[in-house]
Design a protein. Structure first.
Lengths: 180, 324
């Protein structure tokens, strides 16, 4: 099966799984480690992938949250993410997908305009997070944030669902995105 | 676009009418101001730009007068507006600057002691250049092309010359920069050009029509890998580059983001087909065409006088962005 679907598997008991997709191996690895260090009542599983589709011969748990990591220094990572997005089922975009842009701090190295990723996130109606994954403190903060989001998407937080979170995050974005 | 009504000097008058020809839609600063007024948050969109038209520029640029600007490597700085700077006080400024430099040199900052520096301040957009026995040691000039959007927001006492170009020894640049900062309460910052803007420059300059090409079109990428970075250089025959651009280019007289991306993607995919290296994962560091060449550290060399104004206009825009 080449398309990822959100509800085609049964959830594991007290397990939350996140999938990080991006070309920057080192950064994803470090982010994964930071996430696993977090204190969390659920059991966390972090999967890393360079691109989608994922190989189908592996037995993997149900994925609760997908985070696409784009490096603003590299157009290659953006193309990779754009291509991987085709292999994700539409139902995932109801709060279970998020975009993470890294590298915005070093403006002189940027080869992608911020506006491009903003438009991408807007097209897919998903939240966009900015974080310089190379800096340890920012990475730790982002890891904390992702763990909270993951718990909500896995349904481990009572009375908040992924869709609730999505509408909360989207209200704070500005309405003038429409004239892009 | 509102035309800016100013009772005074030449530099501002003709700029506003030509601004209409150069930008399509509101300039980024105007859009940003508008969004601040409306209390919405601002997303900067890369503007569509007009390719610098040859005829438009030739009327103002006298080749002999500006010949000394070409073929020299300039380091770029962005400059905040100057307070109480007047175009008429040049003699006084040159005296003060002379005295300041003499004082600095005697402090032992430079090798020569007791030399007589002759500072000549030229009119219009050129400013101090030092001469020593007829040999130019250091040249610096302030520039503002189509800077109307910035001019609108500053008060009358300020003069806006956001782009500063310097050629010569670093120590001299530092000394003169300090004098300007002290006298006019402004601030210099080195202007770095990122890969995104370099690719725009590559596309715009390739789009320029040239009678004959003096130099090959060349790109330099830096691959981030340890222990040392690797540099990849890619040279194309300028006519081939122009042919590629013409096949990508749709609307006449306008350059859009999609066209720039497509142009660069064609180069990347061609390279990938031959060498299996993804250039899009590396960082573009230098672009060199027959019109001009630019390095990411803020060094530029202009080769063609026909498109001088166009190049400077784009650089002014980058400087204005950096100031904000």
């Amino acid at each position: 099966m080449s398309v990822l679907r959100p509800l085609d598997k049964l959830p594991g008991l007290n397990t939350a799984t996140i999938l990080l997709v991006g070309t920057e191996d080192a950064l994803l690895q470090q982010l994964a480690e930071a996430m696993l260090k977090e204190d969390c009542t659920s059991e966390l599983k972090v999967h890393l992938a360079k691109s989608l589709p994922l190989p189908s011969n592996v037995n993997r748990p149900r994925i609760d949250l997908i985070v696409f990591v784009v490096n603003l220094h590299s157009k290659h990572s953006l193309r990779n993410v754009e291509e991987s997005l085709h292999h994700v089922d539409a139902a995932f975009f109801l709060g279970k997908v998020s975009f993470l842009a890294t590298g915005a701090g070093r403006e002189s190295h940027c080869s992608i305009h911020r506006n491009t990723v903003t438009k991408l996130a807007h097209t897919y109606r998903s939240p966009l997070l900015f974080c310089d994954l190379e800096i340890e403190d920012f990475r730790a903060t982002m890891a904390q944030r992702l763990v909270r989001m993951l718990q909500i998407c896995a349904g481990h937080v009572p009375s908040v669902s992924a869709l609730n979170l999505l509408s909360l995050l989207q209200n704070s974005e500005n309405p003038s995105l429409e004239d892009l | 676009m509102d035309s800016y009504d100013v009772p005074e000097s030449t530099p501002r008058q003709c700029a506003s009418s030509r601004l209409k020809d150069y930008f399509i839609g509101a300039t980024p600063l105007q859009k940003r101001l508008e969004s601040v007024r409306k209390q919405t948050s601002f997303i900067p969109t890369p503007p569509r730009r007009k390719i610098p038209q040859c005829s438009q520029l030739q009327e103002d640029v006298d080749p002999q007068k500006f010949a000394f600007l070409l073929h020299k490597q300039w380091t770029l700085y962005s400059l905040t507006p100057l307070y109480k700077f007047s175009y008429t006080n040049f003699k006084e400024y040159s005296k003060l600057l002379n005295a300041f430099i003499a004082a600095e040199k005697q402090k032992g900052l430079a090798v020569e002691v007791g030399d007589d520096f002759n500072i000549k301040i030229l009119s219009k957009s050129q400013l101090p250049s030092e001469h020593r026995e007829g040999k130019v040691l250091w040249t610096g000039w302030f520039c503002c092309i189509f800077g109307d959007s910035l001019l609108e927001t500053v008060s009358e006492d300020f003069t806006c010359l956001p782009l500063f170009l310097a050629n010569g020894a670093e120590t001299n640049t530092a000394i003169i920069g300090t004098w300007f900062q002290k006298t006019f309460d402004c601030y210099f910052r080195p202007l770095a050009i990122n890969a995104f803007n370099l690719s725009w420059m590559a596309a715009m300059w390739t789009a320029c029509k040239m009678d004959h090409y003096m130099a090959t079109t060349e790109f330099l990428w830096s691959v981030p890998c340890s222990p040392q970075t690797l540099d990849i250089s890619y040279a194309i025959h300028p006519e081939d580059a122009k042919a590629l651009w013409d096949s990508v280019h749709k609307t006449p007289g306008e350059v859009t983001q999609e066209e720039v991306d497509l142009f660069m993607d064609c180069l990347y995919s061609h390279f990938h087909r031959h060498f299996k290296i993804h250039l899009s994962a590396t960082r573009l560091v230098r672009v060199s065409t027959s019109v001009a060449s630019a390095h990411t550290d803020g060094k530029i060399k202009i080769l063609c006088h026909k498109y001088l104004i166009g190049v400077l206009a784009y650089l002014t825009e980058l400087a204005v962005f950096q100031i904000e």
